[in-house]
Structures are given as structure tokens and as C-alpha cells.
Design a protein around this ligand. Structure first.
Ligand code: CP3
Length: 345
């Protein structure tokens, strides 16, 4: 039988609510910080020994229902030959941004053969995980385009938006190429044994529904459509996307990720009929005393079980680096305990 995560993500019956955390692998874990000493982020992402160990660390420590592949949304760009580095405390920085048709023509297509190390990492992780599913991922075309056009992290995404409105054809051609790269990156992970995938459109929430629908949604739809032959559950998530949940839910994922600023009950009414929900505990609440955190966890589990589709418990964005590494595991136990109790009623 399929794992609890896969069943919930396909809105099939489960005996407990599955849980994993965005950014569960990473800086909140002392064992991660130890392993990463002396390795640049993108080098670590291309080293199967490190990727395997880092992906497994949070599964061992927290007892989550799924592993998330340790990598980054800019890995496909790097594999295609783009000069990109991840600067600690800053994020991805790109030395030659793409702002003209000529820049785009110089951007190579991504060949799956440039990702053989990714396939090797996934194969090794899946062998070690046994019954626990591995979730693969990629960045959505808009979020990756923002890094590529701005040249790095951006507060207001003004160059990206100026191109979106001023040269919609170029903008669309960039997103189409990036969408093919994201689909290839995910395809390699699924072909090597990942059991589900998440498309991160982290910065989509900077757009209003009109621009999202016109300029971004068709390209995200392309990514889900390109991967439909794998017949696996898929997650779609962005930060501050309460107002975009309805259009984002049309992109083609089986699960819609919900940011922590939205009530799960409200989100339930905005997604496609039968579509599952993922989320949405505020990551900062993991810093609150357990007596107040525990009832919040229970509230979300109960709201998830009231939703007519499936529910996968997660945070409403990634685990914060300063999180006490003992707390996510307590949340996992509580999600399992409460959901088993409610489902047995
Ligand atoms: O546990 C997991 O979720 C898996 C690994 C993962 C990473 N990045 C590892 C990482 C995933 C799924 C990502 C995706 C990613 N990368 C996104 C989408 C998710 C989101 O958070 O919205 C984005 C926007 C990026 C781009 C990126 N990479 C940023 C903004 C940063 C942070 C830069 C900083 O230092 O503050 C990174 C680096 C990064 N990616 C780290 C990790 C563990 C930290 C690097 C380190 O440990 O030095």
C-alpha cells in the first residue's frame, strides 16, 4: 500500500495525518551545521554523500512522514551552465542576469545528463529510506525567473515586473525555458525514485491575481502537465499567497500548500473540489512555550480533517534556522496523536 503521505496527498483515507516540514534539512540541525563546515552550499548540493546524509538527518531526528530532497531551486540553472553562487545570509546571486533576448538566447537548455549526480543522490536516499517517501522539488518558473532577471534576491522584484509588463513576450519566453528546466530537474528525481514533488513558487505572492493569471499560471501549468505521466502526488506552494490560492490551485497539483497567514478553513473554500491541503503552522510559533504551541497544532490537525480533501501537516513556510531542534519532533508526535484520536472516533 502507498505511504500515508502519498495517500493523504491523493485525498485517500489515512489512519493519521502525515507531516513533514519545509526546510526540515538545514541550519536548525547541529548535525547539518557540522557536516556543512568547509563546503559551499551548491558544492554540497552536487555531492551525493552529503546530499544523502543531509536529507536523512531530519527523518531520523524528527520522525517525519517524508524526506525532502536536499538541494536548491538554483541547482538546475547551475547545471545548465549559469554562474550562480548561494551567498550565506543573502541567497542566490547570479553574475550575468538575463534581461534581453540575446541574454536569453545564451541561456542553454538543461540536459538531464548534466544531472547524473542528482539521480545518484536520489537513488541512494530512496534505498536508505525504506518505506518513507522522498519528496522531490524544483522552483516554479516565476520564482527562478526573479533571481535570474534581478541577479539576486530582491525586495520588490521591480526589474522582473517591469519586464513582465513591458516585454511580455520576452518574459514569457524566459518562464517557458525555466519551466522546462524545472520539469527536467523534477523528472530526474522522480525517475530515480522520488514519490512526490513540490513546486516552490516562493515569490508568487508579490503578484496580484490578474498578473499571476496572465503571466505566470500558464507556465506553472506547463510544469505540472509535463510531469503528469509519473502519476505521483504534487504540491504547489508560495509565500503570502492567500489571495492567489484560487488561481494557483488551477495549476494542476494534487495538493495546495497554504501559507501561515490564512485560516485553513478559508483556504479549504478557495481550492479545487477534492484537492488536498498542506500546512500551515506559523514557523515562528515553534519558539512559543509548548502549552500554547500544542493547542495550535491540534487546531490545524482538526481543521485539516474537516477539509473534504486530504491534509498534509506542514509549516506555513520553512523551519527557521534558530528553531530548537527538539521542537519539530514534538510537533510530529502531537500531529500523529491527535489525528489518530480524531480518526478513531
Ligand atoms: O529541507 C528542505 O526544505 C530541503 C532543501 C531546500 C533548500 N532550499 C536548502 C537550502 C529547499 C526545498 C530549498 C528551496 C529554495 N531555495 C527556495 C524555495 C523555498 C522557500 O524557502 O521559499 C528558495 C527561495 C531558495 C533560494 C535560497 N537558497 C535562499 C533564499 C537561501 C537562503 C540564503 C541564506 O543564507 O539565508 C538558500 C540557501 C539554502 N537552501 C540553505 C539551505 C539549507 C541555507 C544554506 C546554508 O546552510 O548555508
Amino acid at each position: 500500500m502507498a505511504s500515508t503521505l502519498v495517500r493523504a496527498a491523493l485525498s485517500q483515507p489515512v489512519d493519521h495525518t502525515p507531516v513533514w516540514f519545509m526546510r526540515q534539512a538545514g541550519r536548525s540541525l547541529p548535525e547539518y551545521r557540522e557536516l556543512r563546515k568547509g563546503n559551499a552550499m551548491l558544492e554540497a548540493c552536487r555531492t551525493p554523500d552529503l546530499v544523502t546524509e543531509i536529507t536523512l538527518q531530519p527523518v531520523r531526528r524528527h520522525g517525519v512522514d517524508a524526506a525532502i530532497f536536499f538541494s536548491d531551486i538554483v541547482v538546475p540553472l547551475q547545471a545548465a551552465g549559469v554562474d550562480v553562487v548561494i551567498e550565506p545570509g543573502v541567497g542566490p546571486v547570479i553574475s550575468t542576469p538575463v534581461r534581453t533576448r540575446a541574454d536569453l538566447d545564451r541561456l542553454p537548455e538543461l540536459d538531464a545528463e548534466a544531472l547524473s549526480d542528482i539521480a545518484e543522490s536520489v537513488t541512494r536516499i530512496v534505498a536508505e529510506l525504506g518505506d518513507t517517501p522522498l519528496i522531490g522539488f524544483a522552483g516554479a518558473p516565476f520564482t527562478v525567473a526573479s533571481y535570474l532577471i534581478e541577479g539576486g534576491p530582491s525586495r520588490n522584484h521591480e526589474k522582473t515586473k517591469a519586464m513582465m509588463l513591458g516585454d511580455p513576450e520576452l518574459f514569457s519566453a524566459i518562464l517557458a525555458k525555466l519551466g522546462r528546466m524545472s520539469a527536467t530537474f523534477i523528472d530526474v528525481q522522480l525517475s530515480a525514485g522520488a514519490r512526490a514533488f513540490q513546486l516552490f513558487d516562493s515569490w508568487a505572492g508579490y503578484l496580484g491575481p490578474q498578473d499571476y493569471r496572465a503571466a505566470v499560471l500558464p507556465h506553472s501549468q506547463e510544469v505540472f502537465a509535463a510531469l503528469s505521466r509519473h502519476d505521483v502526488p504534487s504540491f504547489h506552494f508560495g509565500v503570502q499567497t492567500g489571495e492567489l490560492l484560487a488561481p494557483m490551485s488551477e495549476a494542476g497539483s494534487t495538493v495546495m500548500g497554504v501559507d501561515f497567514r490564512v485560516d485553513l478553513a478559508a483556504a479549504s473554500a478557495r481550492v479545487q473540489p477534492g484537492q488536498a491541503l498542506q500546512g500551515n503552522l506559523d514557523p515562528a510559533m515553534l519558539f512559543a512555550p509548548w502549552e500554547v504551541l500544542r493547542p495550535r497544532v491540534e487546531q490545524i490537525v482538526r481543521a485539516g480533517l474537516d477539509h473534504p480533501g486530504g491534509h498534509v501537516f506542514n509549516l506555513g513556510h520553512g523551519v527557521l534556522p534558530a528553531t530548537d531542534p527538539a521542537v519539530p519532533g514534538l510537533v510530529v508526535e502531537e500531529v500523529h496523536r491527535v489525528s489518530r484520536e480524531v480518526l478513531a472516533e
